[in-house]
Design a protein. Structure first.
Length: 187
């Protein structure tokens, strides 16, 4: 078998939004068979959720990515962050939110037979890899057994990742949001 014919490892990419997914997908698709996963029960109000999901579908159509959509979890997310509503952006509420979404991504990766999972969260200048990557590692550890998946922790902001995401978002005409996603981050 030639190098070109070798099967790429399968990776589930948790996508927080289409703009962030652009550059991360572009980078990872070189070395992995990428399955994009939309799971964001934090995004509110419903109109915003649907705008972002429509942009994700638009991106999937443009670049030919496989996209798995999970619209569940809103009640569980709300319960998990109860009592943290007044936390500042980037505080404990965000840590809980990252952990919830990455745990679900790890479970979905295992379910789909992916060897790895990653998240687009770290391409954003507002989402620190030093907080997100430990959540991904913990999620991988929680699903670890003979068929566990490995978290591909990275800082996708490096090598001009965020700049590239802005360029590609403009090129594809994608909706770009102006807040993280939850109602508390609108403030």
């Amino acid at each position: 078998m030639t190098e070109r014919e070798e099967k790429k490892p399968r990776l589930l990419l948790h996508c927080c939004c289409a703009p962030d997914a652009t550059a991360v997908y572009e980078r990872l698709a070189r070395d992995y068979e990428v399955v994009c996963y939309w799971y964001n029960p934090n995004i509110q109000p419903a109109e915003e959720f649907h705008k972002r999901l429509a942009a994700m579908r638009q991106l999937a159509e443009i670049v030919g990515m496989e996209l798995v959509i999970d619209e569940s979890g809103e009640d569980e997310w709300a319960e998990a962050v109860r009592g943290l509503e007044d936390e500042p952006e980037g505080g404990r509420r965000c840590d809980v939110c990252f952990a919830i979404r990455l745990q679900k991504a790890a479970q979905k990766a295992k379910e789909l037979g992916c060897e790895y999972f990653a998240s687009t969260l770290t391409v954003s200048p507002h989402k620190p890899a030093v907080k997100i990557n430990p959540c991904g590692e913990a999620a991988a550890d929680a699903t670890a057994d003979a068929t566990g998946v490995e978290f591909l922790g990275d800082d996708f902001r490096k090598q001009d990742g965020f700049k590239r995401s802005v360029e590609l978002s403009k090129k594809y005409g994608l909706y770009r949001q102006n807040y993280c996603g939850c109602v508390y981050s609108i403030r």
